[in-house]
Write a protein that binds this ligand. Structure first.
Ligand code: ADP
Ligand code: MG
Length: 613
């Protein structure tokens, strides 16, 4: 029971931080507060509609489910009232005083760094309500919960450190939010200005919206209309409203199907991937409807995890209307929807890739990471997803990519495997010793620059019956090339290799004359089947202090290279020096492979070699 006198509460620290930024926000599109408050009102009505399915006693039960907005340009106020489920005192404290959302920290950070894009996305992070403080000096929330035993309350704050709650008599069910506008934001107390904002998206609100007593929307479900009747702008505005985004979508798929289940779906890919921007992991946000009535705004299993970047609406007549979000008992229906939408979306991407390669490439740069995740983890769709992956390769130009099907079509009759190399960028891979042997034999190698790529390649494992293999793996067998002129003879090479093995001892698993090398004297191959060089680098980066496991590599030397030929001579003429050179060659090969754990011994040795020059 609240006291009759106002009680003051401190905002949670994160909210204080958020408010501090929002209150002083220079964000230009301040009108998004309208969208956020309407969206909250609509959510509240939606929740009440669900409640009514099970609750008999609802306060003020005869009120219509509608949203009333009023402007007063004399008093400079903006008011929005809904007859939704309202809030109790505890709910006010919980919902309008703390952040429950796990991603808010990253969002705050982006906001604090002045990220304008982040400001427009405020509604995606469960803090849309606070956008009111971009335009208001004070915000008052009058409310009465749907529970009959509660009383009317007033929540108020000026957006500095605290808010107050007091009793307020005569409240209707739901919430009435009153904004006292800042002087520079008084435009939002003008009817024409609010009408302009509302006209753009209020048609997508599932409840009547009235402005100063006049109905301004006819409720219509865009996704149920024919594609040909819908204007581009309508699609864009629907997306912006539904996804809480201030930018247009990047891609859109609007389709319907009757079998195996009835579906009307309208889904969008946003312009930007907020996970990539460093913001929180996305949560499913394709809403589930049944005949225009929302069942769940964030259904968990409607789509596979890797499609969590999609926004939009799926409507199915086959769902039972009284299905509740908590007990979506009929899993098989949701699974069917999942299968149909995923299949359709994959087909859509495939067509985009074929017909609009540029746009697909841009999409891939932003969202490709989800396709990789799917290819690695979603067994049911692995094949289609693998086809959609793109990589640069030794045959593409810088910045251009190729696909597994294209790679396969270029494979010669003798090539059995698909090769790839992992490296930070094209230059690093091209400068390393691993590529030259493949180049010399006209074998294409895919270039992987992302941290996840190695994991993805290992999980995907094969394409079209062809094994996917790391080109720097010790097991890779390359065809014999004719011995180049001036190379060490066979016997000399054999002797040198035997000597190197003795000389390098524990540090090498094996030494061989190489078939892969053309321009480099030596290379180190990974003898460790479990941990690749790239993974080793990652492990070391993550665990800086941990002693790395002892490393043993396969060393391959190039019998055509001047350094190796010289070493072969040195072996008999100056054995001590030859030993130093051998160690140095191994260390250089480890550096190229990114595997040298500690360079201090190497530097000392190098000075010793230089002394004798
Ligand atoms: P979100 O809507 O993403 O949860 P908001 O910051 O917009 O985040 O709102 C925070 C919470 O405040 C909502 O989840 C809801 O519980 C509560 N709330 C906001 N507006 C209303 C309203 N008009 N009626 C009832 N509850 C509301
Ligand atoms: Mg909201």
């Amino acid at each position: 029971m609240p006291n009759a006198a106002p009680q003051t509460f401190q905002f949670q620290a994160e909210i204080k931080q958020l408010l501090d930024i929002v209150v002083h926000s220079l964000y230009t599109e301040k009108e998004i507060f309208v969208r956020e408050l309407v969206s909250n009102a609509s959510d509240a009505l939606e929740k009440l509609r669900h409640l009514r399915l099970t609750e008999k006693a609802v306060y003020d039960d005869r009120l219509d489910l509608e949203i009333n907005i009023t402007t007063d340009d004399k008093a400079k106020t903006f008011t929005i009232q809904d007859f939704g489920l309202g809030m109790t005192q505890a709910e006010l404290v919980e919902n309008l005083g703390t952040i429950a959302h796990s991603g808010s920290q990253a969002f705050l950070k982006a906001l604090g760094e002045g990220d304008q894009k982040a400001a427009g996305l405020i509604g995606q992070f469960g803090v849309g309500f606070y956008s009111a403080f971009m335009v208001a000096k004070t915000v008052r929330v009058y409310t009465h919960s749907w529970r009959e035993s509660e009383q009317g309350l007033l929540w108020s704050s000026d957006g500095t450190g605290s808010f107050a709650i007091e009793e307020s008599s005569g409240e209707r069910r739901g919430c009435k939010v009153v904004l006292d506008l800042k002087d520079e934001c008084s435009e939002f107390s003008q009817e024409w200005r609010i009408r302009e904002v509302l006209e753009r998206y209020s048609a997508f609100v599932s409840f009547p919206v009235n402005l100063n007593g006049k109905r301004i929307n006819t409720v219509q479900a865009l996704w149920l209309r024919g594609k040909n009747e819908i204007k581009e702008e309508e699609y864009d505005e629907f997306y912006k409203y539904q996804a809480h985004d201030s930018e247009k979508p990047r891609m859109r798929l609007h389709f319907s199907a009757d079998a195996p289940i009835s579906i009307n779906a309208l889904v969008f890919v946003p312009k930007e991937n907020t996970e990539k921007m460093g913001l929180a992991r996305l949560e499913p946000s394709v809403a589930l409807y049944c005949r225009k009535v929302m069942i769940d705004a964030r259904p968990k299993d409607l789509l596979p995890e890797w499609l969590r970047f999609l926004k939009g609406v799926v409507d199915s007549e086959d769902l039972p209307l009284n299905i509740s979000r908590e007990t979506m008992q009929d899993r098989s229906l949701v699974e069917k929807l999942n299968r149909v939408i995923t299949k359709r979306f994959l087909k859509f991407l495939d067509e985009e890739a074929k017909n609009r390669a540029e746009a697909y490439a841009e999409f891939y740069r932003e969202f490709g990471v989800y396709l990789k995740e799917g290819a690695a983890l979603d067994f049911a769709h692995k094949e289609q997803l693998t086809k959609l992956l793109r990589f640069e390769s030794s045959l593409t130009d810088k910045g251009k990519t190729t696909s597994f099907p294209d790679y396969a079509s270029r494979m010669g009759p003798d090539q059995k495997e698909i090769y790839y190399l992992v490296g930070p960028n094209r230059e690093a891979i091209e400068a390393g010793p691993y590529l030259e042997g493949f180049r010399a034999r006209n074998l294409e190698v895919l270039f992987c620059y992302e941290t996840v790529d190695e994991y993805v390649m290992n999980s995907v494992r094969e394409f079209d019956g062809k094994k996917i293999t790391a080109a720097d793996h010790a097991d890779v067998k390359l065809s014999e090339q004719p011995r180049a002129e001036g190379a060490l003879g066979e016997a000399e090479t054999k002797a040198l290799v035997g000597w190197l093995k003795d000389c390098l001892g524990e540090r090498v698993a094996d030494v061989k004359a190489s078939a892969r090398l053309v321009d480099s004297p030596a290379l180190a191959l990974n003898a460790d089947k479990i941990m690749s060089p790239h993974m080793r680098r990652l492990m070391r980066a993550m665990n800086k202090d941990g002693a790395p496991s002892p490393l043993r590599v396969n060393l391959e030397v190039n019998p055509c290279h001047a350094v190796i030929k010289r070493l072969s001579e040195l072996r008999s003429s100056a054995p001590d020096k030859a030993k130093l050179v051998a160690e140095q060659i191994l260390d250089n090969a480890l550096i190229s492979a990114g595997l040298l754990d500690d360079a201090s011994g190497m530097v000392k040795r190098l000075y010793k070699i230089l002394e004798s020059v």
